[in-house]
Design a protein around this ligand. Structure first.
Ligand code: NIG
Ligand code: FE
Length: 409
């Protein structure tokens, strides 16, 4: 089946198929084509160009009505497989408790772990699928999902099996990450838990092929650089590449240990010094910032501008989870990239599409308008990219096409 999207005011996010990320000054380039058409064949992007050269024949024609067409969002960092909610803690937070204080009282991640333990796999799948659908309706076409609320071998595997089922149940592209080292599970000592992650959980996850990546919450009060080093060494032996939670609560050393192990991304980065920027220079690691957590927890926003000025790329992701970012809306993430992090609309778009695709290892397949890539495309209702981020809460998705098919109107 062929589909033509016609009368596009600005076709943005256009790249050659082999451009896998954008860094430094490249982040201002969105490959803009004005007065354009886009051709989709089955589930793939087949061509694009000026309206004057538009092919005449297609099975389906969508009129973009002089509005922007852009790649679907890629969300490279989420925790959307969870059970229940944590709105009680929300009140504690309003009353002044910090994320660390809530965790120290046995709330936080451990509270979600208790809910998850008491929830069947089928029920967990149903709750998680509704979040996937909510995200797809908000323009996201690729989602990385982490485990990390199981915190024992059986429940971590339960989470990862749910992620495997989600892959089959949605047209969005899903990648999975084993985050056993998210908090110390109940009943374990710190050392005993790290040993279980390395000796029991990782081998079982690898044997079932359940994870594309491994993650560690390398931060004050959670896992040390030494723990992270051990876990990533074990994962490397099993051929699993890291993505790391780093520098959210403190300048943790997480960035450096991530880069040392060739992490695909280091995420959070609310607290970074110039040493982290130096460590990332020349690496294959994508710095990923999560403005939804900064917003919800009242933490500093990542130094995105400084990273870009240093020649680095930046990705943005939602961190959708029940404790620090209860929203998976990448429209808001992109707007905050502009409003709170002072990225230009062009830089924010690259951060939420191509660079976030890179940060979950799928930028050869999605994240830009490129011939041969999966047709994950948003037809908007605004005439310019700048207008989309400026009118930050005006709905702008007229149609969301995922894998060549319209999923929401
Ligand atoms: O990325 N910081 C660590 N993990 C999550 C929060 C998990 C939770 O509070 O449930 C995050 O913010
Ligand atoms: Fe996270």
């Amino acid at each position: 089946m062929t589909t033509i999207v016609k009368n596009i005011s600005e076709l943005v996010g256009v790249t050659a198929p082999d451009v896998l990320r954008r860094q430094g000054t490249e982040m201002s380039d969105v490959g803009l084509v004005r007065h354009a058409y886009l051709l989709i064949e089955d589930d793939r992007i087949a061509g694009y160009g000026s309206m004057t050269a538009m092919p005449q024949e297609a099975d389906c024609v969508i009129d973009a009505k002089d509005c922007v067409v852009m790649p679907s969002f890629c969300d490279s960092h989420t925790h959307i497989v969870y059970a229940g909610q944590r709105d009680g803690e929300f009140i504690d937070k309003i009353n002044g408790l910090s994320y660390e204080e809530i965790a120290a009282r046995g709330g936080g991640i451990l509270c979600s772990s208790d809910h998850l333990h008491a929830t069947s796999e089928d029920e967990l799948f149903a709750q998680s699928l509704s979040r996937v659908r909510e995200m797809v309706a908000a323009g996201t076409g690729a989602i990385e999902i982490k485990s990390g609320y199981g915190l024992n071998p059986a429940d971590e595997l339960k989470m990862l099996r749910v992620i495997r089922r989600l892959r089959e149940a949605t047209p969005a592209l899903i990648r999975s990450t084993f985050l056993g080292a998210h908090a110390i599970g109940r009943g374990y000592t710190h050392e005993g838990y790290v040993d279980s992650v390395i000796r029991e959980m990782l081998p079982a996850v690898a044997a079932e092929g359940l994870a594309d990546f491994v993650d560690v919450f390398c931060d004050e009060g959670f896992f040390t650089v030494a723990d992270t080093d051990r876990i990533l060494t074990a994962a490397h032996a099993l051929g699993i590449r890291p993505k790391i939670h780093a520098n959210e609560l403190a300048v943790s050393g997480g960035v450096q240990v991530g880069v040392k192990h060739g992490a695909l991304s280091v995420d959070h980065l609310e607290r970074t010094t110039d040493a982290e920027i130096e460590a990332l220079r020349g690496s294959t690691t994508m710095p990923t910032m999560l403005p939804g957590s900064s917003f919800f927890l009242g933490l500093p926003y990542g130094r995105a501008k400084d990273f870009v000025a240093a020649g680095l790329g930046v990705a943005l992701a939602s961190d959708y989870n029940p404790g620090s970012s209860p929203s998976g809306d990448m429209r808001f993430v992109m707007a905050m990239g502009c409003i709170r992090m002072r990225l230009t609309p062009e830089q924010a778009l690259n951060a939420c599409t191509l660079n976030s695709a890179y940060a979950m290892g799928v930028s050869d397949e999605v994240g830009s308008i490129a011939v041969g890539k999966r047709a994950n495309v948003i037809v908007t209702s605004q005439p310019t990219l700048g207008r989309i981020t400026y009118l930050h809460h005006t709905p702008f998705i007229a149609q969301h096409i995922v894998g060549g098919r319209v999923v929401s109107a």
